[in-house]
Ligand binder design. Sequence first.
Ligand SMILES: O[C@H]1[C@H](O)[C@@H](O)[C@H](O)[C@@H](O)[C@H]1O
Length: 648
Amino acid sequence: MSRKASENVEYTLRSLSSLMGERRRKQQEPDAASAAGECSLLAAAESSTSLQSAGAGGGGVGDLERAARRQFQQDETPAFVYVVAVFSALGGFLFGYDTGVVSGAMLLLKRQLSLDALWQELLVSSTVGAAAVSALAGGALNGVFGRRAAILLASALFTAGSAVLAAANNKETLLAGRLVVGLGIGIASMTVPVYIAEVSPPNLRGRLVTINTLFITGGQFFASVVDGAFSYLQKDGWRYMLGLAAIPAVIQFFGFLFLPESPRWLIQKGQTQKARRILSQMRGNQTIDEEYDSIKNNIEEEEKEVGSAGPVICRMLSYPPTRRALIVGCGLQMFQQLSGINTIMYYSATILQMSGVEDDRLAIWLASVTAFTNFIFTLVGVWLVEKVGRRKLTFGSLAGTTVALIILALGFVLSAQVSPRITFKPIAPSGQNATCTRYSYCNECMLDPDCGFCYKMNKSTVIDSSCVPVNKASTNEAAWGRCENETKFKTEDIFWAYNFCPTPYSWTALLGLILYLVFFAPGMGPMPWTVNSEIYPLWARSTGNACSSGINWIFNVLVSLTFLHTAEYLTYYGAFFLYAGFAAVGLLFIYGCLPETKGKKLEEIESLFDNRLCTCGTSDSDEGRYIEYIRVKGSNYHLSDNDASDVE
Ligand SMILES: O[C@H]1[C@H](O)[C@@H](O)[C@H](O)[C@@H](O)[C@H]1O
């Protein structure tokens, strides 16, 4: 095509795109498919009439299509956006690493510092508690100082906390270090998804924000490997485990000294020149005028509509669209935790032991297989999020998770039904606890955290079984009796089961565990974070994310801290049935309340919450329609079938 002809095509497309843009603005309809700085020309694929008429004025549809396709191939998202996303997601890695590493570190710490149960619980949950507080406070921090400053602060806290932990000489210092790290986790968990969402182009936003969760699960997996490797270093192994987090934290800190602030936040603060510069850096060869204008207009309109007086949370609650978005965001985070992910993560070693793995070390290594499954299937989520969209992915994931929880619970029911009888009741030495010897079946004994099951095997039958107190310093052996000395009883063909019962049905628990992660990881793991980064308008984004992340952390503590007690009262299968029940309620919630945000500009998403909640399930209007877009980005034309979310 000659230069002149191509200019003609360009001109026609530009005028058509702005005409369409105008018309839409007049109709005040959300332009869902247009990417940042773009207008979309929509045409149902079956009838390419609009395309033809568009082409007619500028050299024919053939030329037009060819030009558009050529430009599409040239028009790439600059690598800079990926660099920014990966550096930010280091915050996710640290979140995963620091929450994951503590279980392995605790095995060594409790011996070296003689920690009692209270201190162990304090060291684990103080971090999650501090994360809840700082996630809630992070909203104000983000709003006032910006996303970049918040991320810098989080990485400084991670670095300082890790250094304190590595050098700690007593439990009080350890507690201080864990609190500092927790403060970093909370801030990172609420800021990073927001920052990535704000710098990403709409067609990649879901994928890039989901990468943050990939880094969280990657951090958890890495932590489990580090735990396994350093568990051989009985003295001071925990210092390496806890201190290693300083490395990615320092990298992130220095990286962010050179990375830019979110252009959306800058526009909100009136720093428009800087915002334009950063936006064009992020969009490469695409023009940014329309994206810039739409962000700016949006801020002005929002101010008119909602005003700027009073605390943001009050304005959010009194303005119906943001109130609904907040309910959806917090609900998603709550159901993520109520479906028991962290019970599964923290107790996977125990669940694996129940399925027949008797060796402690092997169980720790197998727990890293669990963490790896979580990680790999989060990758599947990264791939699926822009293909099937948030709504279907979340719903499908939670449906599978519910089934897996039921299988897991049934596994425990079967195990409990064939639970071995206790046939031998040893007399407790004087002054020793004798409570455990009162139980009649292994599953009662197993649910008491102070007791363990000591037995022999005759072929595949359990014989000479007793329930005796566990050695508080090492759950690998009993406090007294035949199972008192691990090295000795192993040579005498005597077995010790703490927290599990030998049963032929334990494989169902393993099956349930794997199925759980396969379903949970692609959707329910990442989507609550991804959706929350998108559903609030700019003025409410930090506060909305602060609240929902706070809810995530609060329910995280509640569920993981109560698991053992819940299991004691309801038995293991009762606990898993309970989570399955929560997950089922979550399914109804998602079906009724979660709208599809795929492909929409952040500025358009607010309108999805204009209607009453629980009407989203009825408005899946894109179903079964194939839509083709020609995008016009300044001088670049796209033919893309990716963003099938806007229907006119
Ligand atoms: O999205 C993450 C992820 O699924 C993690 O594996 C889990 O430990 C977190 O609690 C959750 O927020």
